[in-house]
Design a protein around this ligand. Structure first.
Ligand code: PEP
Ligand code: CO
Length: 448
């Protein structure tokens, strides 16, 4: 635990991007109730994620983090969660084979509800209302009622996260996580003409599985093959909610360690990473692995200061730097940051978010081009290869559903098709095929 830190010491600092609630009594009642509710993520699980991420920091594993930009109350169903979870499993198998490393799977799910916005208000036809800030805070329709900050939404978000976690835990065991099933799904991805170039990789995996089968290694003989681990994560933006779900770990640390039980891993967004701000203050005191988004506005000197605040003991795997420069900027900015961190001997995981620096507008929709996403990942891998550092992970906004929000990919979503199934509450996500294609493409890039 950091010096002079307490679970509410963030309240003494300036916290950006957080709502104000008009009814303080109601807010406090909600927070009191949240404090009494059971953990969603448990201290033991948080500690195993720390151990898994330490391997990533040492170049001995790869981190796959992905899911919705913003989860929503409306879109939630067992089917929907199954789509995202199975997509993560499919990508993990491809990446495991391609990188030759174990893949640590972390969903942007079961709690990814609050969003930073570039403007506090939105104006439509001359009417100005507060911006939508995620379902945990207010709601999408453009009306004064919908855009009001409502503390009760925190309880609904908590409950939905608990339901999501329950589904996730079920999907991680038994047949669903069985490598044979996952591989069957992946094989059907390359059945179409479009993905012919990935067929060799699928055939290689096929041979690997057949070899395991002939060795008698299967889900009934080895529990490792039947069960998998999927961790949860979200942006720790809404600090009153995060504080209410942060508890002393009385089992392993005799109350010394504070664990955030809203998710296994949390990250700080690009807009809330001020060195003297509330978000860094809160995050420096919890034992969970944390991420921090980094763009071209970060200097090498500030990066070292930030690392030392968030990971003063330089523990490998504790801190993941999630870079999001944009395809055209990454090669100008990433090398100096990597060089500085390397020469100063700080242990971090470098992960690539190829989404947030590549957002653009087309036909009235916020979108991202598949080719730019791939280009940023390619530059990320190249820079790390040149510097001799580990391109440790990838951070994607994606969904198992067949949405049309990003343009391109081998199944060619065109700009004209964006309106067909544009469902996101916030940023455009890769759809099922686009995300899986990224995994296949990355598996190749790692070996070239
Ligand atoms: C996000 O991950 O949805 C996000 C808002 O990213 P960033 O903080 O990098 O802008
Ligand atoms: Co986003």
């Amino acid at each position: 635990m950091g010096n002079n830190w307490n679970v509410d010491s963030w309240r003494n600092k300036v916290g950006l991007q957080m709502p104000t609630y008009t009814d303080e009594k109601e807010l406090n009642e909600v927070l009191t109730e949240l404090k009494s509710l059971p953990p969603l993520a448990f201290a033991g699980e948080v500690r195993s994620l720390r151990a898994d991420l330490a391997k990533v920091a040492h170049g001995k594993a790869f981190l796959l983090q992905g899911g919705d930009c913003a989860e929503s109350f409306k879109e939630f169903s067992a089917e929907y969660v199954k789509g995202t979870v199975s997509l993560i499993f499919k990508m993990a198998v491809v990446l495991m084979y391609g990188t030759g490393l174990p893949v640590v799977k972390v969903g942007r799910l079961a709690g990814q509800f609050s969003k930073p916005r570039s403007s506090d208000t939105e104006t439509q036809n001359g009417v100005e209302l507060p911006s939508y800030r995620g379902d945990i805070i207010n709601s999408v329709p453009f009306s004064a009622e919908a855009r009001k900050n409502d503390p009760q939404r925190m309880l609904r978000a908590y409950n939905q996260s608990a339901q999501c976690m329950n589904l996730m835990r079920a999907f991680c065991t038994g047949g669903f996580a069985d490598i044979h099933n996952i591989h069957k799904w992946n094989s059907s991805f390359v059945d179409g003409q479009n993905n012919e170039r990935y067929r060799d990789l699928v055939n290689d995996i096929d041979r690997g599985i057949k070899f395991m089968d002939s060795m008698g290694l299967n889900s009934s003989t080895s529990s490792n093959l039947a069960v998998t681990t999927l961790y949860t994560s979200h942006e720790a933006l809404l600090l009153p909610y995060e504080e209410a779900l942060t508890r002393k770990d009385t089992i392993t640390s005799e109350g010394k360690d504070w664990v955030n039980t809203s998710a296994h891993m949390l990250w700080i967004g690009e807009r809330t990473r001020q060195l003297d701000g509330s978000h860094l203050e809160f995050m420096r005191g919890i034992i969970n692995p944390i991420g921090c988004k980094i763009s071209d506005t970060m200097t090498p000197e500030d990066l070292i200061t930030l690392i030392d605040i968030l990971n003063p003991d330089n523990i490998p795997g504790k801190l993941t730097l999630i870079t999001r420069f944009g395809a055209n900027k990454i090669e100008d900015y990433l090398p100096a940051l990597v060089e500085k961190v390397k020469t100063e001997g700080r242990h971090v995981i470098w992960s690539c978010d190829p989404m947030h620096g590549n957002t653009e507008s087309a036909s009235g929709y916020k979108t991202r081009k598949f080719e730019n996403i791939v280009k940023e990942i390619a530059s990320f891998v190249k820079v790390h290869k040149e510097k001799g550092t580990h391109p440790g992970g990838i951070h994607l906004e994606m969904t198992g559903a067949n949405v049309t929000e990003c343009v391109g990919g081998s199944y060619q979503v065109t700009e004209g098709e964006l309106s067909d199934r544009y469902h996101t509450h916030c940023d455009p996500r890769l759809n099922h095929n686009q995300a899986l294609e990224i995994a296949f493409w990355l598996a190749e890039a790692f070996n070239s």
